[in-house]
Design a protein around this ligand. Structure first.
Ligand code: PGA
Length: 247
């Protein structure tokens, strides 16, 4: 049985005051949840978030990490540093990284290798653009992203994959539960061909305009094991409702 996982991707949002307020509410408000719950604030809010989540069931992750271990890489943060701080998770290959920072599958693979070696649990994001979907290329694109990131890794135990169609992120458009399920089934099938992955144990999250109103029907799909939530993760009441939908 795969336990549902709901992860908040806070992107470049938050202040010390808002992190205090949001986690003050969530740390108690998600106790006893059926789903495992994690939040991914900005690098500068990680330490604060870790302190606020200590002793709760919430775990904390980063939104990215460097592919390098250490050295003269101005502006970068290594996977080891995140692990030492106490982070459990790291989101890798988010479409905003691919789009605004030109991250390739090779770079995502190198970051994943760094995360694995540091003992972080990676949430690897894949997803097609609207144009790719309209051209009938969605599965080919997602399949190539999976292979590109996951091939030849030392260990993929605990891997999480997030399917986030680019056209659904922050747009209010969501894949229908059937569209999402179809792609999740395809992803699980594709994982079967990748060494070191146990497809039946790998949690597959859906992301892209997940809200309290659509979470339950997404979570009811057999291959959807939770959600990676952006906008709605910044409002305690909305995020709690998504977590509750996993019950
Ligand atoms: P959204 O973002 O929920 O605001 O669409 C999801 C994500 O980018 O992870």
């Amino acid at each position: 049985m795969r336990q549902k996982l709901v992860v908040g991707n806070w992107k470049m949002h938050g202040s010390r005051a808002s992190v205090d307020a949001l986690l003050g509410d969530l740390a108690g408000g998600t106790a006893g949840a059926a789903a495992e719950v994690a939040v991914c604030p900005t690098y500068v809010h990680l330490d604060q978030a870790l302190k606020l989540c200590a002793g709760s069931t919430l775990s904390v992750g980063a939104q990215d990490c460097s592919h390098m271990a250490s050295g003269a890489y101005t502006g970068e943060v290594s996977a080891e540093m995140l692990a030492e701080l106490g982070c459990r998770w790291v989101i890798l290959g988010h479409s905003e990284r691919r789009q605004y920072h030109a991250e390739s599958d090779d770079l995502v693979a190198a970051k994943l290798a760094a995360a694995i070696s540091a003992g972080l649990q990676a949430i690897v994001c894949v997803g097609e653009t609207r144009e790719q979907r309209e051209n009938g290329e969605a599965e080919a694109v997602v399949g190539a992203q999976l292979k590109g990131a996951l091939a030849d890794q030392a260990s993929l135990e605990g891997l999480v994959v997030a399917y986030e169609p680019v056209w659904a992120i922050g747009t209010g458009l969501t894949a229908t539960p059937e569209e999402a399920q179809d792609m999740h089934a395809y992803i699980r099938e594709s994982l079967d061909g990748i060494a070191g992955v146990d497809p039946a144990q790998t949690r597959l999250l859906y992301g892209g305009s997940v809200k309290a109103g659509n979470a339950a029907e997404l979570f009811a799909q057999p291959d959807i094991d939770g959600a990676l939530v952006g906008g709605a993760a910044l409002v305690a009441e909305d995020f709690r409702a998504i977590v509750e939908a996993a019950r």
